[in-house]
Design a protein around this ligand. Structure first.
Ligand SMILES: C[S@@+](CC[C@H](N)C(=O)[O-])C[C@H]1O[C@@H](n2cnc3c(N)ncnc32)[C@H](O)[C@@H]1O
Length: 477
């Protein structure tokens, strides 16, 4: 096993330089300290993270876009998305919905930066699944990759992992050089993604993911999971209408449905690109999380299913009698009060999303007190407030998901609580919990949706919702 101490790092740069000179993108290791190493220590989930000294110590509940996004910068606001990624990959292994129990899963973080996500997969998914995970971590930026490799060496997974090479798409195993369970590559993501047939690809670029979509879909094996982050929310919501039209071929309306539209527009874009390649998508989880859209889809090669894509693509038309209706073929008049084309099918998978509970997040991703003590002994500054706040943040990562799993996986009406008093002709909205419990007591389903806005989904007719808003309305302030 390679020893990597924080104070006196040791890794082999020569190999890496040779490999890059050969144009292979290999990073077998390095033998110099990355500039700025070791920086300052932070804990995300159960995984020790080295942050650049110039990055200020994160708060536990950061929101919004990062102030700086240069090489090696870790955006702490993405921690909840990484937590859900650990949970989803674990769920695929635990519940065997991607491959059989004896089969390996080839996983690629195509734009891994300093490697926090890949290291979290390695550290936080239980050890009985680790041998099956073949994880490749790719980024074009040498500085970020140096930090990723140094962090992996300084804080190796509990169980040492040895993978034998497997044949890749080109009949050899030139693309694999596993170092204690992680295969580091320094390539353009579009090349890295098509080196072998991956069953799991994560695409987390700065801004729009559109330039990576085709290679990601082609890089997936016949059945695979594609997880995508998009931070170009101005384009996706339509607040920047020209970039929305150019990049996504869509038209938006910036109202209370802008976040849901953004999620559905990204899904429609992926589904359309997939259909061109005879592939069909099934959304597993799709969320608007503060400043970004994150979608996770199962992608299957199937001409028949890909041909049916039209069933799930349509427009959201704002109406006078209800907030909106989905329409597949809008008239020119409807287009004026519509946003689209969007994905109008289910947004989540019921079984998978219902297992995304706060308890599961804690079970998988929260370190116990012995682990925290070990991290502190390694130099982490962490007190009881950090323990409390990081627990809260883990819970927040999946808050409302399991309760909303059923509704988000079928037809539902999405409502913003703040818009309801106007529709109902009352002064103030009831508390969201009151409205939800009252709808459930009346025999309907209703649940809060994870969003910074007070959103709820229900299968109750809109008229019933309005009756209950009137019944429970609060007086205006
Ligand atoms: C938003 S960061 C990724 C963050 C990372 N997934 C995480 O969770 O910490 C985007 C990364 O994409 C890398 N990048 C940008 N263009 C790339 C390309 N064409 N191929 C590979 N990496 C690229 C950048 O170097 C940067 O590290």
């Amino acid at each position: 096993m390679r020893i990597f101490s924080i104070a006196k790092p040791y890794y082999r740069c020569g190999l890496q330089v040779e490999a890059q000179r050969d144009g292979m993108g290999d990073r077998a290791g390095a033998d110099s300290t990355p500039p700025g190493w070791p920086g300052q220590l932070w804990l995300e989930g159960k995984t020790m993270v080295h942050l650049l000294d110039e990055q200020s110590r994160p708060t536990h509940m950061p929101r919004g876009p990062a102030k700086r996004t240069g090489p090696g910068f870790l955006n702490p606001a993405m921690a909840p998305a990484r937590t859900r990624s650990v949970m989803l990959l674990n769920d695929a292994l635990e519940h065997e919905w991607l491959t059989q129990a004896d089969k390996s899963v080839r996983v690629l973080d195509a734009l891994c930066s300093t490697g926090v996500r890949v290291r979290r997969w390695r550290n936080e998914i239980p050890s009985q699944y680790q041998e099956r995970l073949r994880i490749t971590a790719n980024d074009l930026d040498k500085f970020a990759l140096d930090w990723a490799q140094a962090s992996h060496a300084a804080h190796p997974p509990k169980k040492e992992i040895h993978h034998l090479p497997e044949e890749d798409r080109y009949g050899n195993h030139a693309s694999q050089n596993f170092d204690n369970g992680l295969n580091f590559r320094q390539l353009d993501a579009r090349i890295a993604m098509i080196e072998t047939g991956y069953q799991w690809i994560d695409v987390d670029p700065f801004g729009s993911p559109v330039q990576f979509l085709d290679s990601a879909l082609q890089g997936l094996s016949r059945v695979g999971v594609l997880e995508i982050t998009a931070t170009d929310t101005a384009a996706l919501t339509g607040s920047s209408s020209s970039s929305q039209a150019r990049r996504y071929g869509a038209k938006g309306i910036v109202d209370v449905y802008a976040h849901d539209d953004a999620v559905r527009l990204l899904l429609a874009t992926v589904a359309t690109a997939a259909a061109r390649l005879d592939k069909a998508i099934t959304p597993l989880l799709a969320l608007f999380d503060g400043h970004h859209v994150r979608i996770s889809c199962l992608v299957k090669t199937s001409r028949e299913q890909a041909s049916n894509i039209g069933e799930n693509i349509g427009w959201r038309i704002r109406e006078d009698d209800v907030p909106y209706r989905f329409v597949q073929h809008p008239t020119p008049e409807q287009v004026k009060r519509g946003s689209g084309p969007l994905w109008i099918g289910p947004l989540w998978n019921k079984e998978i999303a219902s297992r995304m509970t706060e308890e599961k997040a804690i079970q998988l991703c929260q370190p116990d007190s012995n682990e925290v003590d070990t991290f502190i002994a390694q130099g982490l500054t962490w007190d009881e407030h950090d323990v409390e706040y990081s627990t809260r943040e883990l819970r927040r990562s999946v808050r409302y998901i399991s309760q909303a799993a059923d509704l988000m996986s079928r037809e539902h009406l999405l409502l913003n609580l703040d818009s309801l008093p106007k529709w109902a002709g009352v002064g103030g909205a009831p508390k969201i919990e009151k409205l939800i419990s009252s709808l459930c007591d009346s025999g309907y389903s209703a649940a809060r949706i994870p969003d910074i806005e007070p959103l709820l989904a229900t299968d109750a007719p809109f008229e019933i919702v309005l009756e209950q808003v009137r019944e429970h309305a609060s007086s205006p302030k």
